[in-house]
Design a protein around this ligand. Sequence first.
Ligand code: UTP
Length: 472
Amino acid sequence: MRIQKTLENLRSRLQEHGQSHLLRFWEHLDEGQKQALLEQIQRLDLPKIDQWVADSMAEAPHASMRADFSPAPFYSARPSGTEWRSKYAEAVKLGRKTISAGKVAAFVVAGGQGTRLGLDGPKGDFPISPVKNRTLFQIFADAIRATCQEYQAVCPWYVMTSPLNYSRTVEVFRSSDYYGLDPGNVFIFQQGTLPNFSSQGRILLADKANIVCSPDGHGGSLKALHQSGSLKDMKKRGVEFLSYWQVDNPLINIFDPLFIGLHILDRAEMSSKAVRKAGPGEKVGNFCLIDGKITVIEYSDLPDKLAQKRQADGSLVFQLGSIGIHIINRTFVEKLNTRDFSLPLHRAVKAIPRIDEQGNLVESDGIKLESFVFDAIPMASRSMILETLRSEEFAPTKNTTGVDSVETTRRMMVARAAAWLESAGVAVPRKPDGSVDCLIEIAPSFALDKEDIKAKRDQIPRIRPGETVYLA
Ligand code: UTP
């Protein structure tokens, strides 16, 4: 009787919002399926969904269409002049002190679906390292363990998954014995999801009893940190800063004293690292200044004329690309969550498996909505950007081959290892075209940066052409 009443209410609400097809197969469901479907429908915020549909169907005017925006200011990768050098040195000192005090937590977003890599399991479990085939999670865990040792501090690790890959991620951590980390200092939690839509704005069904949902984007992390209790846990531990990165970048320098120190000296709430774009059309967000606020404009939203614009020295005017590396204050995320804040939703058209009106399984283009973490930057009272070198810190593993692929990432890992060794005076064999003529992997336990290599110079054997070298 009660379920009947609920059903009638829902039917009329769904009709009002143009989503009554969700109950099309009701008569074919068993009791358990009916209950599950009712719960999913009840969780939908239908008025909000109407708004999302209206926004994502209409071509909303982009921020980039406004006249009053300019390139964002930034700290250079290499300081020039005494004044800058001493500011950077002061920042490094402050950053080191802050890490030693246990005030910085590692925070990786690992809730993506890795569709371009064609993955089934969590992307963090992807074997990437060039010699030992170590997984992304393994590499990060090693770096965290090495940092704890170097600073004699506890560096907790927060890992955001989605409801779709949560259990598999927990399983991977458990079966790997948390990669030697104390499980009490690893916090794995789930982000939210959003329904997927047809191009007419109708919510899609995965089967007769389930709505198609996908993770709500890395921007969902800012709510998930609150809802999962991670923020409370951080507060209890005295964590003040989150070092945020994306799971597919094994070159990340998780605990960078310079970045942390500059962020603190600038009294920023959310800061970013950036690289110089490889060219005007590179598919990364662009750092801009809008109404005095640092803002990231997606590559697809930056008008071509502006993307191509050059300065007198030939460099791009909008030269800084976003690489998904941030320092975020815990209190900033807490503040956002004291009100019902929301980030804009971006639409992506993707092939989505679902059922059609006859209940047959099909795969066709549909709309996924996602929020992006960088959209929170203008909400921060202050923000800064530190430029970094792509070869040092950014190797996104998105595709199996080609651009930003497993291949390019492995090559970059070897190239960075070679550059670190050479900077310490170690000879690295190179081919006539300058590329590295050996396979090198440096475990984070051996060196977290090139300074560590200098200190261990004596432990490094002579490297011959074609050799495979693993330093751990
Ligand atoms: P991408 O945008 O590259 O997406 O995520 P993806 O899901 O990993 O890969 P594709 O597009 O399906 O091929 C960038 C980073 O944001 C995380 C990803 O795990 C990756 O670290 N992410 C993305 C989330 O944590 N949650 C999301 O909902 C989306």
